[in-house]
Design a protein around this ligand. Structure first.
Ligand code: ADP
Ligand code: MG
Length: 262
């Protein structure tokens, strides 16, 4: 059975999409079969995986509205295949913004993605879901089918406050919709060790959350920010960069932690 993880944080611009596509590429490089699901109407994870969101024949929108299966809607990127770290992509574009409204009237609307995933579960070792920065019906669909949540966060002053909101949200979803749901771990991203405040927040995090904080730290690295404009995750775009190496290390840590996740 595939491990299904949501990459979530209500804040925008904290590194969710960067984490999703680079963890997908890192796991693929380590021989894992990965499906990346883009649940954000901005479609950044789709574009950042080398798939043009404007020319998607079928997307996660069609899957949520049950007009296509994941097997029909998933796609691959030639660039990723060439780079040797290919994963399947269930893409998104602006159309997905309408799904929220269109799903309001539907039965078991939070469980649409879960139902669809059950059909392809055996094709994968990992399913990674890039969530939008809100607690919408889209995010709920992700949280409903996930084994756990990976939370990328910047070590800034308000980060801990935002984390409390997220922890409460996860508790609510766990109580009402998905008893399996838990935080897999907190990933420190865009880290700059020269900034004292970041060091301090990082220490607070580990003091408070213990081994829920991943050992791997993702540094601030310009190659990770440049990669999306080439339609590649940093791991594929510049494998020698510090950022890419950190994400491959993170993929390795994820594999090592897997037996302990139960
Ligand atoms: P989110 O999906 O949470 O909105 P993104 O992954 O899109 O966040 O990241 C926000 C911005 O920060 C993007 O421009 C991205 O390229 C950049 N970025 C993310 N992680 C890093 C990093 N480790 N180093 C440098 N830039 C980064
Ligand atoms: Mg994003």
């Amino acid at each position: 059975m595939a491990k299904i993880f949501c990459i979530a944080n209500q804040k925008g611009g904290v590194g969710k999409t960067t984490t999703t596509v680079n963890l997908a590429a890192g796991l693929a490089q380590l021989g894992q079969r990965v499906l990346m699901i883009d649940l954000d109407p901005q479609g950044n994870a789709t574009m950042g995986s080398g798939v043009d969101k404007r020319s998607l024949a079928l997307s996660v929108y069609d899957v949520l509205l049950e007009s296509a299966s994941i097997a029909e809607a998933r796609t691959r990127s030639d660039k990723l295949v060439a780079a040797g770290c290919s994963y399947d992509i269930l893409g998104a574009n602006r159309e997905l913004a309408g799904a929220e409204v269109e799903m309001v009237e539907l039965e078991r609307r939070e469980r649409r993605l879960k139902t669809a995933l059950a059909e392809v579960d055996q094709d994968y070792d990992f399913v990674l879901i890039d969530c939008p920065p809100s607690l919408s019906m889209l995010t709920l669909n992700g949280l409903c089918c996930a084994d756990g949540v990976v939370v990328p966060m910047q070590c800034e002053y308000f980060a801990l406050e935002g984390l409390t909101d997220l922890v409460n949200t996860i508790k609510q979803v766990k109580a009402n919709l998905n008893d399996d749901l838990r935080i897999i771990g907190l990933l420190r991203v865009m880290f700059d060790p020269r900034i004292t405040l970041q060091q301090q927040v990082s220490e607070q995090l580990t003091a408070h959350f213990g081994d829920k904080v991943f050992d791997t730290v993702i540094p601030r690295n310009v190659r990770l920010a440049e990669a999306p404009s080439y339609g590649l995750p940093g791991v594929a775009f510049d494998p020698a960069s510090k950022g890419a190496q950190a994400f491959v290390a993170f993929a390795g840590e994820m594999l090592r932690r897997l037996p302990k996740m139960g």
